[in-house]
Each structure stands twice: as structure tokens, then as C-alpha cells.
Design a protein around this ligand. Structure first.
Ligand code: NDP
Length: 485
């Protein structure tokens, strides 16, 4: 078993760095409530050193060929895959998510991003635009400079890699701040990138709470900020970045709809609803937490769903048989429990779960509410826990209007066997990431992100390149220059 204690609290300019005078941050294992490691928040001097290192390293990194940059990223991807078990154990200790999940969804997904963007790095080009008279314009795709990445606590390895991989592929450097709840995994990513040959200063990690993130965002040397977090934090960070006219990517929260029509394959729809509500104990931004089920199949859906929830294995996350783990922290568990109490108070029908599990750590039972109506708090606000709301509907137009009646727009899903309806519904969703007869897949090849309050920009895919680079147009005149006088 891996020892979760990091060599030091930060990784700056190619080496671990420490300053004990920073505020201590205990790392609590969610399955037991015990402290398993401790880091210190970055002092202003350390944050400054990280940005200075990134600023110094950037021109040289950008001057390397894309193929060379890509080779380092791909080497890091291979090393992550070789060390998947160790990294997955660390992810489990950092977040409480079951090893059964982390072995397949975290470090591996980070490796996918490093491999994909590593492969793309050598293929990044500008274009040539022919104009009359032989004149032409060519465009140069240029790095932005120093990028700041700020992560949430639910996917600490994946988030660090999803931000670092496209940023570095384009020739930027990065200072990454993990969530204070999960400070361990990004340090390992930095260590592996260094071992893979990344020049010092290109990827730096500083730990700390929101104020460390805010200091990074406000720094004049920073060209871009990419945040994964909640909508309220997104608003603050977007505003602070706007003051310096910085580029942003905002991957924020959601209250996504999943619509199950009467002709759907019920087992598949239930699988989608389980994946979209209970994977990672419901702590996933794109979750389909408003499950609209056609009244014709509602009772069949609910009884089979309850049956399948009964087979969930809640237990020690390090036991690979466990497929449902604790919530990340006591605070997050209490937030979800308050929402459950609100659901009961406002008249929703509890059909599964609803209680804290009778064991140590921050375990909350997989919970399903039926007869949920659009005005209930649990149907409107992001819970970020294992709480599914099932709402009734009968008509497509009606359900589409209700599905879109939210400030959020991260994801949406539809289960139906009617091909035309599936595509019509997908086109009608006000969401950035939509699913037909599946839910929550996030392959690196496809753009991922939200519309409305759920975000700005896209992660993954070729789209991410546009958010980590700038295009410069160079006009070339082949003849004389005509002037009015
Ligand atoms: P928060 O918004 O609380 O925090 C996100 C990150 O921002 C943390 O590292 C936090 O630091 C930091 N932060 C807080 N305030 C500031 C500030 N003023 N300036 C700069 N940085 C700041 O989100 P959570 O960590 O609680 O994560 C859960 C949220 O993330 C959910 O709403 C979820 O929907 C969303 N999310 C979105 C995803 C997406 O891709 N769309 C994916 C995963 C989660 P600290 O917490 O350490 O104080």
C-alpha cells in the first residue's frame, strides 16, 4: 500500500518545496475520518516563486518543437499507466472513492489526456490564406504564457492532467492549485512529469485554500485561468480574471436532466441513472440528477432501480469489491444530508436510502426521491452527493421545457429507442455535453464543458487547443503599398 504522505507540500521549479509557516492542511481519509497526511498552504512567497518559475520556463518550452514537447507528455502518460495501482491507491486515499473506480477512471483518464495532447502537439499549425494580387496571410498558433489551473476535489488526478496536457502541448507553462480537500494527487503528477523529462518550472503545484487560488488569478504575469469548481466560485474567478483581461476556461456545476421515455430499454436507462447519480458517490459535475421518467413506466423503473441499489457494495474503498464509497468530507456529507431533509420536508417520496450509513467515515446511502416536482429545492439546486430525483412527465414538449428551465447547462441525457426523437431531444437540450442511451462518458477525444452558468470553454479534444493558444495573423504584401498621399 502506498504511503500517502507527500515529500513536501508543493512542487515548484522541478523540485518539492516546503514552508512550514503556511497554514496546516490536514488530509482526512473519508472512509475513517482519520488524518493520513498533512500539507501546508503556500505562503505568498512560495506562490510568487511558482509563478516566477513558470514565467521563466515558458519561452524555452514554447520554443521546443511540438513533437519534442509531445514526446515528454506521452512518456509521462506511459509512466502513469505503469504506476496506475499506486496512483489509484493515492486517489482513493485522497478522495475516498473506491479503488474499483479509481483503477479505471482517474490516473488512466489523466494518462489519456497526456497521450492525446502529446500526440497533437506536433500537429499544431497555423493556416495560409491566399489573397488577391499574390498577397497572403499566414496565422501562427502561439502559446498564451503562464496558465493557472484550479481544481475541485472530486477528480484530483484527472483535473490536473486535463488542464496540464493541453496547456503544455501548446507551449504554455502552468501553476496548478488543487482543492485543499485533496492536495496529494497533483503533486504526484508533477513528480512524474519531471521524471518524464519536463523542464523545471513548466508544471508547478502549489497547495492552499481559495485565497492561494485568488492570489494566482490576480497575478499580472498570468495569461489564463482554468477553473473546475462550483458556479459561485466560477463567478468570482471569472470576475477577477476579467479585471486583467485574462483568458478563462470555467468547468462548473450542473443540475442536469436525464429523460427516460416510455420506449426506453429500462435496464439501460437504470444503468445510466445509476452511473449518473451514484458513481463517485454522486460527486460528479455532469450528473443527471433530475431523472424525468415517463409516467407509463415510472413504477417499473422505480422498483427495479430500488432492487439494483440494494446490490450496491458499500465498504472499505481499498477493497476492490466495494463499488460505493464515502463522500469526500464530513462537510460535503452534511450538505447532502440537509438536502435530503429538505426533500422529505417539501413532500418528495423517499424510495431508497436517505440516511448516513451505520459505520465510520462519511458514508451516505444511495438515495432516491420519487414524485419530485420542479419547484422543490432538491430539483433546483446542485447537491453533489448520492441523491437522485425522479420526476414524472407525459409529453415531449413539456419535458423539454422543464429540462431546460434551469440556470445550469452542463450535461443532459435521453433514453429512447426512437431514433428521430433521440436526435431531436439532443438538439433541443440547452447543455454542452449530451448523451443518447448512455450517461457520463467523457473520452478525451470529445469536447467536454457546459453552457449557461455551467461554464465557458471546453476541455478535452481539439477544442481545448483553441482555449490554450492564440492565433496571430501575419499579413504579407507582395506588391507595392498604396497610400492616399
Ligand atoms: P469550489 O468552487 O468550492 O472550489 C473549486 C476550487 O476553487 C478549489 O480549489 C477552491 O479552493 C478554489 N477557490 C475557491 N475560491 C476561490 C477564489 N476566490 N479564487 C480562486 N480559487 C478559489 O468547488 P469544490 O471543490 O467544492 O468542487 C465541487 C464543485 O465543482 C461542484 O459544484 C461541481 O459541480 C464542480 N465541478 C465541476 C466539474 C466540471 O468539469 N464542470 C467537474 C468537477 C466538479 P479550496 O476549495 O481549496 O478553498
Amino acid at each position: 500500500m502506498i504511503d500517502p504522505k507527500p515529500t513536501a507540500s508543493h512542487f515548484i521549479d522541478g523540485a518539492y518545496a516546503e514552508d512550514d509557516s503556511g497554514t496546516p492542511i490536514p488530509v482526512i481519509y473519508a472512509a475513517t475520518g482519520e488524518e493520513i497526511a498533512r500539507v501546508h498552504a503556500a505562503t505568498p512567497a512560495l506562490a510568487d516563486r511558482a509563478i516566477a518559475a513558470a514565467k521563466r520556463a515558458q519561452p524555452e518550452w514554447a520554443a521546443m518543437s511540438g513533437t519534442e514537447r509531445g514526446r515528454i507528455l506521452r512518456r509521462a502518460a506511459d509512466m502513469i499507466r505503469e504506476r496506475n495501482r499506486e496512483l489509484s491507491e493515492l486517489e482513493t486515499l485522497d478522495t475516498g472513492k473506491p479503488l474499483q473506480e479509481t483503477l479505471v477512471a482517474d490516473a488512466t483518464s489523466g494518462a489519456d489526456a497526456l497521450e492525446y495532447f502529446g500526440g497533437l502537439a506536433g500537429a499544431l499549425t497555423g493556416e495560409h490564406i491566399q489573397l488577391p494580387g499574390g498577397d497572403f496571410v499566414y496565422t501562427r498558433r502561439e502559446a498564451l504564457g503562464v496558465c493557472v489551473g484550479i481544481g475541485a476535489w472530486n477528480y484530483p488526478t484527472q483535473i490536473a492532467c486535463w488542464k496540464a496536457a493541453p496547456a503544455l502541448a501548446c507551449g504554455n507553462t502552468m501553476v496548478f492549485k488543487p482543492s485543499e480537500t485533496t492536495p496529494l494527487c497533483a503533486l504526484k503528477v508533477a513528480e512524474i512529469l519531471k521524471e518524464a523529462g519536463l523542464p523545471d518550472g513548466v508544471f508547478n503545484v502549489v497547495n492552499g485554500a481559495g485565497e492561494v487560488g485568488a492570489a494566482l488569478v490576480g497575478d499580472d504575469r498570468v495569461a489564463k485561468v482554468s477553473l473546475t469548481g462550483s458556479v459561485p466560485t466560477g463567478r468570482k474567478v471569472y470576475q477577477a480574471a476579467a479585471a486583467g483581461m485574462k483568458h478563462v476556461t470555467m468547468e462548473l456545476g450542473g443540475k442536469s436532466p436525464m429523460i427516460v421515455f416510455e420506449d426506453a430499454d429500462i435496464e439501460n436507462a437504470i444503468s445510466g441513472a445509476i452511473l449518473g447519480n451514484f458513481y463517485s458517490s454522486g460527486q460528479i459535475c455532469s450528473n443527471g440528477t433530475r431523472v424525468f421518467v415517463h409516467t407509463d413506466i415510472k413504477e417499473a423503473f422505480l422498483s427495479r432501480l430500488a432492487e439494483r441499489i440494494g446490490t450496491a457494495v458499500m465498504g472499505d474503498p481499498l477493497d476492490e469489491a466495494t463499488n460505493f464509497g464515502p463522500m469526500v468530507s464530513e462537510g460535503q456529507m452534511n450538505i447532502a444530508m440537509n438536502y435530503i431533509a429538505k426533500g422529505v420536508e417539501e413532500g418528495a417520496r423517499l424510495v431508497a436510502g436517505g440516511k448516513r450509513a451505520d459505520r465510520g467515515g462519511w458514508y451516505l446511502e444511495p438515495t432516491v426521491f420519487a414524485d419530485v416536482t420542479d419547484d422543490m429545492t432538491i430539483a433546483r439546486e446542485e447537491i453533489f452527493g448520492p441523491v437522485m430525483c425522479v420526476l414524472d412527465f407525459t409529453d415531449e414538449d413539456e419535458v423539454m421545457a422543464r429540462a431546460n428551465a434551469t440556470e445550469y447547462g452542463l450535461a443532459a441525457g435521453v433514453f429512447t429507442r426512437d431514433l428521430a426523437r433521440a436526435h431531436r431531444v439532443a438538439a433541443g437540450f440547452e447543455a454542452g455535453t449530451c448523451y443518447i442511451n448512455t450517461y457520463n462518458d467523457a473520452p478525451v477525444e470529445a469536447p467536454f464543458g457546459g453552457v449557461k452558468a455551467s461554464g465557458v470553454g471546453r476541455e478535452n479534444s481539439k477544442e481545448a487547443i483553441n482555449h490554450y493558444s492564440e492565433v496571430k495573423s501575419v499579413y504579407v504584401r507582395m506588391g507595392d503599398v498604396e497610400a492616399p498621399f
